[in-house]
Design a protein around this ligand. Structure first.
Ligand code: ASP
Ligand code: MG
Length: 404
């Protein structure tokens, strides 16, 4: 088999850990597999490099920044090659240039466009374990780019797709994807499997297990991922297109406190007003999440919506400036709100899911102020102070249904 593995920075933080991972890689190689390994920078290296840059200039050139912070990954692959060699096995380290990992030109947040496979394949044919720098690429100017924080996941998945690998294993400091944040929900459980769409929703809701782009690429090229611990041998979570749908009502519960609600009161109940309001916000790069419009009465209506709390100030300012143009009477807001969501591929075909979620909220005595649904997600807006309680109540309600 051709196996792509990715190891995160915390599993490479010390010499002992480097050798520990080297042994794991060698074990896979000894089973007769071709092994390509993508590595992140060791420990806090990337943060330290950023701090170093900021000592020189708090707002440095993005090109130079990428030149600097990409060095962490180059250290990792070279050191790992040395460790594997030291243990008596053949390994070669390659950076983005040597591989040919082509990205667009956006420094600090580049997108992979194409990965050349010739060099990697040649090294595999020479029976080498191939160690590739994560996180970095090259653009059309032959400059180094980086893929955004945590981008090594994306490198690994893209290489697996390019090489048509049999497996892509992401080794990290958690042992898989959980039904909820275990620090908040005591009964949170590791999932055996999850679909790409569910994983994308969970990532958008703040689950930091995988880089968002890596899941998009995995879905696009149908790369089956396994997320597992780099510290133990326990089974991880498989991310794939379809899971065992029978048992799969809800795969995760998430809470998000970076939310605020804005209500625009007394807008004329005529065509084009929603368009006017939301294009105004879009023009100012403010994303809107849940939207609720009241039924028109006496020729006016109210439109409520949520934005990231960090955007609240800007959004209010823009709306106030345009209140007259919108023909609205007033704008009000509420800051101490939170969004609690359930994610599950099974909900599209299972009409009882929303009712179960609302029942859990009712039993906990928590009021719902807004609701939004999609094929794989239901979100409710509630008072912020009930976030943890709501997550637990909902998680408990679905716990039996989630036994999969
Ligand atoms: N070293 C980079 C970061 O810290 C990329 C990665 O770890 O995936 O964001
Ligand atoms: Mg990571």
């Amino acid at each position: 088999m051709l196996i792509v593995q990715k190891y995160g920075g915390s599993s490479l933080a010390t010499v002992e850990r480097v050798f520990n991972i080297a042994n794991r890689i060698i074990n896979t190689y000894k089973q007769g597999h071709k092994v390509v390994v993508v590595l992140s920078a060791q420990g806090k290296t990337t943060d330290q490099l950023i701090a170093k840059a900021h000592e020189i200039d708090p707002n440095p050139s993005k090109r130079e920044m990428d030149m600097l912070i990409s060095t962490g990954e180059q250290q990792s692959v070279a050191l790992m090659a040395m460790a594997i060699n030291k243990l008596g096995y053949p390994a070669v380290s390659l950076n983005a240039f040597q591989v040919g990992m082509h990205t667009n030109s956006t420094y600090s947040n580049a997108r992979l466009k194409k990965i050349d496979t010739e060099r990697i394949e040649a090294e595999l044919d020479r029976k080498n374990i191939v160690l590739v720098t994560g996180f970095q690429g090259i653009n059309k100017f032959d400059d180094i780019t980086t893929l955004g924080r945590s981008g090594s996941d994306t490198t690994a998945v893209a290489i697996a797709a390019a090489l048509n690998a049999d497996k892509c294993e992401i080794y990290t400091d958690v042992d898989g994807v959980y039904t909820a944040d275990p620090r908040i929900v005591k009964n949170a459980r590791k999932l055996d499997e999850i679909t790409y769409d569910e994983m994308l929703e969970l990532a958008a809701l703040g689950a930091k297990v995988l880089h968002h782009r890596s899941v998009e690429i995995a879905k696009k090229y149908n790369v089956e991922l396994e997320v597992r611990s780099s510290f133990n041998d326990s089974e991880g979570t498989i991310v794939r297109e379809v899971c065992n749908v029978e048992k799969m009502l809800v795969s995760g519960v998430a809470g998000d406190k970076n939310v605020a609600r804005i209500s625009v009161i007394g807008i004329p109940d005529t065509p084009g007003k929603a368009f006017e309001l939301f294009s105004l916000l879009a023009k100012n790069k403010i994303s809107v999440d849940i939207i609720l419009q009241s039924i028109g009465r006496d020729g006016t209506k109210d439109i409520s919506f949520t934005v990231a709390r960090s955007d609240l100030h800007d959004a209010l300012k823009i709306i106030k400036e345009n209140l007259e143009r919108l023909g609205a009477k007033d704008v009000v807001y509420k800051e101490d709100v939170a969004k609690v969501s359930i994610v599950g591929a099974g909900m599209a075909t299972n009409p009882g899911i929303a009712a179960m979620m609302f029942e859990a909220m009712y039993n906990a005595g928590i009021n719902i102020s807004m609701i939004s649904t999609s094929e794989v997600k239901i979100s409710v807006l509630i008072d912020e102070k009930y976030t943890e309680e709501a997550m637990n109540a909902i998680h408990e309600r679905f716990r039996l249904a989630m036994e999969r």
